[in-house]
Design a protein. Structure first.
Length: 280
């Protein structure tokens, strides 16, 4: 059964999509030699802007909103999810569900009027959960039914936090949203960790925010992701950073190259695997 991880923060520009893309790609590389579902990763882009799909599935588009993620969220009964899944051009074991900008905007408007509006993504994903090791969900930078659906579907949440004073302002509101989801839908929903992003260690403000996060959330703050041009360049090239800056030779266990961004996201991949594996 797939472990579903939602990447969430109600503030924009904090690295949600960068994290969703590179975590998905890193997991696909790390698990690529595992047989069957144990080596398959699915990326679901709940942000209407679809930036995660631009980096992982550039050139793949549904013919219409009725053949996209939007239909899974709004139609009753929903269409077959299986026919919407495509293989990412960058990795043979990374899959995506096609999305549509206009369709997702309409879904965001329509969801509040629909029955069971908070659980539609969860119901849509249920038939395919056994086909993947991990399902990673990117989310829009706002509170609303798209975010709620992503949280209700999840087993774990990763919260990217920009290391600035503005970056931590929305955490209390997000925590309240997660608490409400736990009360009403998913009592077992867990925060896998807070991920400091766009980190510049030479800035006093960034160091202070990192220290505050570690004090506020002991044992739940992940190693920071430094600000790096390679992350932006990779995304603009429709790639994850592991494809953009690969190692000279890659063995089954090696993800990172000499580039720090690959090393930091490789560490996140290992942390996710270690924290989500059942205890033996």
């Amino acid at each position: 059964m797939a472990i579903i991880i939602t990447i969430a923060n109600e503030k924009g520009g904090v690295g949600k999509t960068t994290t969703a893309v590179n975590l998905s790609a890193g997991l696909s590389l790390r698990l690529r030699n595992q047989p069957g579902p144990a080596g398959r990763i699915l990326l679901v882009d709940m942000d209407p802007q679809g930036h995660a799909l631009l980096a992982t599935a550039y050139g793949l588009k549904p013919n219409s909103p009725s053949e996209s993620l939007a239909a899974l969220l709004t139609e009753t009964p929903p269409p077959s999810i299986q026919r919407m899944i495509r293989v990412s051009p960058n990795h043979p074991n990374l899959y995506v569900i096609l999305s549509n900008y206009a369709g997702m905007l309409e879904a965001a408007r329509a969801l509040p009027t629909l029955m069971a509006n908070e659980t539609r993504l969860s119901h849509a994903l249920a038939p395919i959960q056994k086909q993947f090791a991990f399902i990673i969900i990117d989310t829009p930078p706002s509170t609303g039914d798209l975010l709620i659906n992503a949280l209700v579907s999840a087993d774990q949440v990763i919260i990217p936090v920009e290391t600035s004073y503005l970056g931590v302002t929305g955490l209390r509101e997000l925590q309240r949203t997660i608490d409400q989801v736990k009360i009403h839908f998913r009592a077992d929903l867990k925060i896998l960790g807070y991920l400091p992003t766009i980190f510049e260690e030479q800035r006093t403000e960034a160091q202070e925010i990192l220290s505050e996060l570690r004090a506020r959330f002991p044992n739940h703050v992940l190693p920071p992701i430094h600000k790096a041009a390679d992350l932006a360049y990779a995304h603009s090239s429709h790639m994850d950073v592991f494809s953009y800056r690969p190692p000279r030779s890659r063995d089954p266990e090696q993800l990172s190259s000499s580039v720090r961004a690959t090393q930091e996201y490789a560490m996140l991949v290992e942390t996710v695997i270690s924290r989500t594996q059942p205890s033996t």
